[in-house]
Design a binder for this molecule. Structure first.
Ligand code: SF4
Length: 336
């Protein structure tokens, strides 16, 4: 009986490593950013010089070709490490996707310090579904401590501009979310920010700082009260799940870089699995290295040095968590 159960379990795992889909993707359209956020590898210049992300914009003709070759695509997340509104042809990108009935989101986030009027209108006209705006403060003084080079008033005016077009077109979309990373210098402004978000018809979400030793929260009680946990470690230890389960994306929404590199997940900046513009998306999703990476995460095979995950801090944690079960539950919940 024991053996039989084990075989069934192994079979399930085997299927999970081979399972793939290409309808829901993440494709970053610009890795450039104008801010200098001190804990961000884009803001500090690391990606530009040293990582697989680099510094650039999605080529519009490559995008057109990619959509032609992949008519199965149903949704695209457009943001990752950069500020997507710096792409000079973003309206065209939104329109091209809209004309193919592709649902668009900007949920990794935008700092929204730059938004030309015509782009604000395009967000509504082409029905971007959701946008998450990163605003860590309710005053310029606290906001600029992390969002170095940013201007809070500009950001709020850009939100008002989107709301203006939503009203003009009588549209529910895009739905707007205010994301507030809690630091020591802004923890006293949470309520003020929340009230402002409500006034701007935005949902509001607090987020933990991934590097809690930098800009540490002074009153940890505030986090425990408002978020249920004092930090990410406490959250993950108590729940035995990731605070942000990016590894699932290898299955649920593979990440592609602006230049076509298949990264797999939004965290990976260590290396790629080939170039989807040159080698074809579905070929790469079924390639030996991509499947091997999934097997590594499922704990079926040992780490291998040519797989980007070996350089990622999360990989070790994955092996200590019931990752396979969580992935299955996630796929089920998303009705894959
Ligand atoms: S281990 Fe790191 S690089 Fe690999 S899938 Fe998970 S988050 Fe991405």
């Amino acid at each position: 009986m024991k053996n039989w159960n084990w075989n069934l379990f192994s079979q399930k795992r085997k299927n999970l490593s081979l399972w793939w889909q290409s309808k829901h993707l993440r494709l970053e359209i610009s890795s450039k950013c104008q801010l200098k956020c001190p804990l961000c590898f884009t803001g500090t210049g690391y990606h530009r010089k040293y990582s697989a992300i680099g510094w650039g914009n999605l080529d519009i003709e490559q995008f057109r070709d990619f959509l032609e070759k992949n008519p199965q695509i149903q949704s695209l997340e457009l943001s990752n490490y950069g500020e997507l509104f710096l792409h000079p042809q973003i309206e065209k990108i939104l329109r091209m996707a809209y004309e193919k009935n592709i649902q668009l989101t900007i949920l990794n986030g935008t700092n929204l310090n730059y938004l030309p009027d015509r782009v604000a209108e395009a967000l509504v006209k082409y029905q971007v579904v959701k946008i998450k705006v990163s605003i860590d403060g309710a005053s310029q003084q606290s906001y600029q401590q992390y969002r170095v080079g940013g201007n809070l008033e500009k950001v709020l005016n850009h939100i008002r501009k989107i709301n203006f077009y939503k009203e003009k077109y009588q549209s529910r979309y895009p739905k707007l979310k205010w994301q507030f990373i809690v630091f020591g210098h802004n923890e006293h402004e949470i309520e003020k920010a929340q009230a402002l978000a409500q006034e701007l018809q935005m949902s509001f979400k607090l987020k933990f700082n991934y590097s809690p030793k930098k800009f540490p929260v002074r009153n940890r009680q505030i986090l425990a009260q408002k978020m249920g946990y004092a930090d990410i470690t406490e959250f993950e230890e108590k729940n035995q799940i990731f605070y942000s389960p990016a590894c699932f994306q290898l299955w649920t929404a593979p990440q592609i870089n602006w230049d076509g590199k298949l990264l797999g997940c939004c965290v990976n900046y260590f290396g790629d699995f080939g170039n989807v513009f040159q080698e074809g998306l579905e070929n790469l999703l079924q390639s030996e290295r991509y499947i091997y990476a999934k097997k590594m995460l499922l704990g079926e095979v040992p780490a291998r040095s040519d797989i980007p995950c070996v350089q990622c801090k999360r990989y070790e944690k994955v092996l200590q968590m019931p990752f396979c079960e969580q992935l299955e539950a996630h796929l089920k919940a998303r009705q894959f």
